[in-house]
Design a protein around this ligand. Structure first.
Ligand code: SF4
Ligand code: SF4
Ligand code: FES
Length: 356
């Protein structure tokens, strides 16, 4: 049939459709192929060679992330040669940086660590060979650790092609090559807007969120799916929480093509969720008396609001009343306010601070 193709991976035949890469088909069928430079949202880069596979009739090993599958291909992903090459790639990365995982924020969800585990590397085979580069924690929300960078380029592609802020690039040459902000400025002095897209795609601990540091390793966090409260775009967020407290936000990667935000977030959705647990939030109603706000009981506040709303509605009608909700409450609170306005008071005058 025209719209289907069959490929064989490790002796098993899989159906697929044209236009897919070998990696796409392997992943769709739970066949393990590691990747480092490839990310679904930054696309194929063909740089790291982590995804090499053997294809019958092809000379040498091929990058599965960049190779379109053709009908009848016979592929192997786990030969001795592939295992040796993968091991060598990981060992070279480990020797070319400071991959001391124990207290790394990425411990437990680092793609290099994962690959090292699958290769059975307990101790790197080569000595560490690199200069230590000072940590860049000049930015408000992001910490950059060049010593953990594997130069996969995902952050550069994401910054330039996804969010299009065009801050990151590769600078310098040879053994001194590194990811730079603008003309090699500290991130906090560069034109970076702190959207955090680069952190989201980084496979290792080279880019991490400052607000999440020390708040708990990955396996202690819970992932909660929600929609950002800030504006009407409706970005999908995966919030990582611990003990019911927000730790950090990621744009939802699952089905990212179908999300309005395509996996990205702006600085507010990314970092502005600490209002949930701030200690200076109001927890007691305030009533203005003689020009000053004074604390009141819930009964006093609710009685005052209901009598004023009742009087205003009786005198001027429901259309004279409007409700303003807030981005700094939950979606459920905003929904309840909308229902109260329409269902109880009978007005459509509902607005939200995101439009101000
Ligand atoms: S935070 Fe956003 S703007 Fe800044 S470097 Fe990363 S992707 Fe680019
Ligand atoms: S900072 Fe992260 S995403 Fe960017 S090149 Fe280095 S390892 Fe890759
Ligand atoms: S993941 Fe395919 S070359 Fe890097």
């Amino acid at each position: 049939m025209e719209n289907t193709l069959k490929i064989t991976i490790n002796g098993k035949v899989y159906d697929s459709s044209p236009g897919k890469t070998v990696l796409d088909i392997a992943r769709a069928n739970n066949v393990y192929i590691p990747t480092l430079c490839y990310h679904p949202r930054t696309g194929k880069a063909g740089k790291c060679r982590a995804c090499l596979v053997e294809i019958e009739g092809f000379r040498g090993l091929k990058e599965s992330c960049a190779l379109e599958a053709k009908d009848g291909m016979i592929i192997k992903t786990d030969t001795e040669q592939i295992k040796q090459v993968r091991k060598m790639i990981v060992e070279l990365h480990l020797s070319n940086g400071e991959h001391n995982c124990i207290a790394c924020e990425k411990n437990g969800h680092c793609e290099l660590q994962d690959m090292a585990y699958h290769c059975g590397i307990e101790r790197p085979g080569f000595p560490e060979y690199h200069e230590t580069i000072p940590l860049d924690d000049s930015a408000e929300g992001i910490i950059r650790d060049h010593n953990k960078c594997i130069e996969c380029g995902r952050c550069v592609t994401a910054c330039n092609n996804n969010v299009m802020h065009e801050v990151l690039d590769f600078g310098w040459r040879s053994g001194h090559t590194k990811v730079i902000c603008d003309n090699d400025l500290p991130m906090g002095e560069s034109s970076c807007v702190q959207c955090g897209e680069c952190v989201q795609v980084c496979p290792v601990g080279a880019l991490t969120f400052k607000n999440a540091k020390g708040k708990g390793p990955y396996w202690e966090l819970e992932k909660k799916k929600t929609i950002c409260t800030y504006c009407g775009v409706g970005c999908s967020i995966d919030m990582y929480v611990k003990d019911n407290k927000w730790v950090y936000s990621m744009g939802t990667e699952e089905n990212w093509e179908k999300q309005t935000n395509k996996g990205m977030l702006c600085v507010k959705g990314r970092f502005g969720m600490d209002f949930l647990d701030r200690e200076d939030r109001l927890t007691t109603p305030l009533i203005k008396k003689n020009g000053k706000f004074v604390e009141a009981s819930w009964d006093e506040a609710l009685n005052l609001v209901s009598s004023k709303l009742g009087e205003t509605k009786a005198k001027y009608g429901a259309g004279s009343i409007g409700f303003f909700t807030s981005a700094r409450t939950s979606n459920e609170d905003n929904y309840a306010m909308m229902r109260f306005a329409r269902g109880v008071i009978g007005t459509n005058n509902v607005d939200h601070c995101a439009r101000l």
